[in-house]
Design a protein around this ligand. Structure first.
Ligand SMILES: Cc1cc2nc3c(=O)[nH]c(=O)nc-3n(C[C@H](O)[C@H](O)[C@H](O)COP(=O)(O)O)c2cc1C
Length: 364
């Protein structure tokens, strides 16, 4: 008989199951997916990247500046919708440190009821300053290795007298979307990285901070494997794409459903990091650095962008949004390495039941 899974405590909040739904841009994980996962006892996460784009707040005239206001307003809407779906569930917002409006989005998320803020794509060295008025909001940086953990802990202790409430540790060998770039990050097995981080936290800092393992988690056995390594929970992205509640267009879900592991490629991105995605016409062009790629910057979203600053690569916001809206050949379809295992589109409750091993996983 399966042992029952422990709850996941992050700061002042507790999720019934140690399952965090990975943020997926653009609008692949919005209020619908996040609310459903939170309702089923996991942690639902809204991806904040580019929320303003297909919102009523961003007109057809693409004026500079309006995009950032649209992002804030759309995030408030999304948080309200998720909270209406799951009044008591645990709901987080994922923010990319590499975006220009990162600090504003972090404040907006904290002020509008997010239980936790997860950061990715950069070191969130000043995140505690942005959310200082909201001590109940848990802060969770996503990292690939020990070096990032050390830098964040040292900076936060010195400047803010606090530490993160949890870390998400991403397995670059399997995770979807942007993946680690340094040799250390790319070649490290999560089986080695997790104990290193744990050892540093326990023996050098003498603290216990929950670690959440991300990348390649598909079923209960994967959850058990990560918990046995010392993780307090797992983060799951790709598996939630083929759900009814996933916010992406049906064609995006079906593209995932019909893909196999042989379709997974690593594409360059304007962020300057490689990213794991599914092979399609767009990915082929991105890999070949084809001159046909759309190089118009539509929203000036990133601090440093190869597309805007050097007319290289492509506009990632446009590419991700296009795919999520259903243009799965001309957009960028991020995916984890273990795509191809989904046999049909399921409800979030069914996926949670498989991940937890509890048939009736819906608790709310
Ligand atoms: C479609 C897609 C979009 C993603 N977008 C983001 C994002 O906006 N922010 C982020 O931190 N991670 C993003 N990720 C990574 C996931 O949150 C998660 O960590 C990763 O997919 C876990 O690996 P798995 O897909 O094998 O479960 C994305 C992944 C996918 C598949």
């Amino acid at each position: 008989m399966l042992r029952s899974l422990p709850p996941l405590r992050i700061g002042q909040h507790t999720a019934h199951y140690p399952i965090v739904q990975g943020a997926m841009a653009v609008r692949v994980s919005g209020a619908s997916l996040a609310g459903a996962v939170a309702n089923a006892g996991g942690v639902g996460v809204i991806s904040s990247l580019g929320l303003g784009l297909n919102s009523p707040y961003f007109g057809t005239r693409l004026r500079q500046g309006t995009f950032f206001i649209a992002n804030q307003l759309a995030l408030v809407d999304e948080l309200q919708k998720a909270r209406a779906l799951s009044p008591d569930g645990m709901i987080g917002v994922n923010i990319l440190v590499a975006t220009k409006d990162y600090s504003v989005v972090a404040r907006t998320a904290a002020a509008n009821g997010a239980n936790l803020i997860i950061t990715a794509a950069g070191l969130p060295l000043h995140l505690p300053a942005y959310t200082a008025s909201y001590p109940e909001v848990a802060l969770v940086p996503m990292v690939c290795g020990l070096e990032a953990v050390q830098t964040i802990c040292q900076t936060w202790q010195q400047q803010y007298d606090r530490l993160p409430d949890a870390f998400i540790v991403e397995n670059s060998k399997a995770a979807g979307g942007h993946i680690g770039t340094t040799c250390e990050e790319f070649n490290s097995q999560i089986e080695n990285v997790l104990p290193h981080i744990q050892n540093y936290l326990q023996n050098q800092l003498q603290v216990t901070i929950p670690l959440i393992a991300a990348g390649g988690i598909w079923e209960r056995a994967d959850v058990d494997r990560m918990l046995a390594l010392g993780a307090s929970g797992v983060q799951v992205g790709t598996r939630f794409i083929t759900t009814e509640e996933c916010d992406a267009d049906r064609r995006y879900k079906e593209f995932h459903l019909n893909a196999s592991s042989g379709d997974v490629v690593v594409v360059p991105s304007p962020v300057g990091k490689p990213a794991r995605a599914l092979r399609n016409a767009f990915a082929e062009k991105a890999i070949a650095a084809s001159p046909d790629l759309e190089r118009r910057c539509i929203a000036n979203c990133l601090e440093n962008c190869l597309c805007r600053d050097h007319r290289q690569s492509y506009c990632i916001l446009q590419a991700l949004a296009k795919a999520a809206c259903g243009d799965v050949e001309n957009g960028l379809v991020f995916s984890g390495a273990n795509v191809g295992r989904a046999e049909q589109i399921l409800s979030v409750a069914e996926v949670m039941a498989e991940l937890t091993g509890v048939r009736d996983a819906v608790i709310a």
